[in-house]
Design a protein around this ligand. Structure first.
Ligand code: TMP
Length: 218
């Protein structure tokens, strides 16, 4: 792929959306198209699924897992892959690690099955870097500035399992993940992400977005 794919993950209320916006502002200096997107809801189909998943009636665990996977499949094929092929920097607010944490650990489905489903839905596309914004669930819940949606209302035990699952995923794949302490001030979190992303972004300056393999410019 010619672009750069970055995702941000974490339990509800950790400040991902703020950090996505800050990373986008920083990435503007690197001379590439920037695509900021999110899951669920990064496409027209996804917007409908998001409404059903977060504000609809009860959805049982396996149906829920399939709906998040459907959102992701559409998102990858319609938005993320084409953007990466154009050489864009894609910054995604949640991606498949959310399904591994929320649907597998949170809803108690088999992690191997959710992983297989997610990899099938995405054609195996993984981000190059994933920032896990980590924080105690009680503290993050207190930060929510809106009424609870269906996922946020799943309770503290659910959020605790989800947090532990995210941490386990990050420890299992230290090359892709960076764990950031989201309890730190916004600026500190932002600096930690920027410092880590800087070399990945700088690399884009030395590669041609339109060469077949994203190789160095002549
Ligand atoms: P957010 O976009 O405001 O973070 O809300 C999305 C909610 O959906 C959040 O509670 C996490 C949840 N979610 C899953 O349970 N599985 C998934 O695969 C994704 C992308 C989100």
């Amino acid at each position: 792929m010619r672009g750069l794919f970055i995702s941000l993950e974490g339990i509800d209320g950790v400040g991902k959306t703020t950090q996505v916006a800050r990373l986008r502002d920083y990435a503007r200096d690197f001379g590439r198209e920037i695509v900021v997107t999110r899951e669920p809801g990064g496409t027209r189909l996804g917007a409908e699924l998001r409404q059903l998943l977060l504000h609809g009636f009860d959805v049982l665990p396996r149906a829920e897992a399939l709906m998040f996977a459907a959102d992701r499949a559409q998102h990858v094929d319609e938005v993320i892959r084409p953007a990466l092929e154009r050489g864009a920097i894609v910054i995604c607010d949640r991606y498949l690690d959310s399904s591994l944490a929320y649907q597998a650990a949170g809803r108690d489905l088999a992690v191997a099955e959710i992983r297989r489903l997610s990899m099938w839905a995405t054609g195996g596309l993984l981000p190059e870097r994933t920032y896990l914004l980590d924080m105690d669930p009680q503290a993050s819940h207190a930060r929510l500035r809106h009424g609870e949606d269906r996922m946020e209302a799943a309770g503290e035990g659910f959020q605790r399992r989800t947090r532990q699952a995210f941490l386990a995923l990050a420890r299992r794949d230290p090359e892709r993940f960076r764990i950031v302490d989201a309890a730190d001030p916004v600026e500190t979190v932002c600096t930690a992400i920027r410092d880590d992303a800087a070399p990945l972004l700088a690399r884009l300056r030395h590669t041609d977005p339109v060469s077949p393999n994203g190789g160095p410019t002549a």
